[in-house]
Design a protein around this ligand. Sequence first.
Ligand code: PEP
Length: 263
Amino acid sequence: MKKLWIGTNWKMTKTIAEGIAFTTRLKQISETLPSAIQLFIIPSHTALVPIKEFTSDSSIYLGAQNMHWEDGGAYTGEISPRMLAEMGLDLIELGHSERRQYFNETDEAINKKVHAALAYALKPLICIGENADHKHYHISKETLASQLKISLHGVSKQQAKNVLIAYEPVWAIGEQGVPADAAYVAEIHDFLRQTLIGLFEEVGLEIPILYGGSVNHDNFLEYSKLENVDGLFIGRAAWDIEQFKEILTQLGAQAAQKKSYIG
Ligand code: PEP
């Protein structure tokens, strides 16, 4: 069953109260959407437990923004996969470009986290993306292949069924980001699909590849129609729930018409 994954990482923006208000409304909206749309939200750690109470009787998946790879120990300020699994989370976002840029996260560290997540039945949502220099020097594909291959090193075909990839070009993300051309997104997603097939054979066809980076009201439909785009990972354009609703309603109508998405 192919789903269209639509979700948002709140980064460090919402308090618990704001997160609960958002989630309460998202639950209402989710009931109007076809089941082909798989919603997910990624709050700050502080809001995970209270928000879980609101998502547990819904189809909305809940994820965290980062974790350590160890089960526990002397790692001040970190949170472990064991702790996240105890909360009953579905997803763990790994390797967001802000984690790579500000916290020096490497592909090798992300690989350890991927294995830890899979061991605790958390789906890793692995973020990859080239920066502006890589694009300028035409080494985007080399960069992305290397990010994928290192972060997925040692993952079996069986385990790969629980992995999600988010392609987020660094130059397209956030306030300074420039939205990518749909043709470029199509080319890169096709390349990522081929790379995943190279790694996992037929399982590579099933791994959802989401697109993120300045997705907004003007471009979301164009991206979502692309063959190898299995979802959208949205920042700013999803943080206001009524604006997010506009996007979701249109995607819901599109998914309901599309035969390849089975509810
Ligand atoms: C992001 O930071 O992952 C992101 C997709 O943000 P935005 O949509 O705001 O560019």
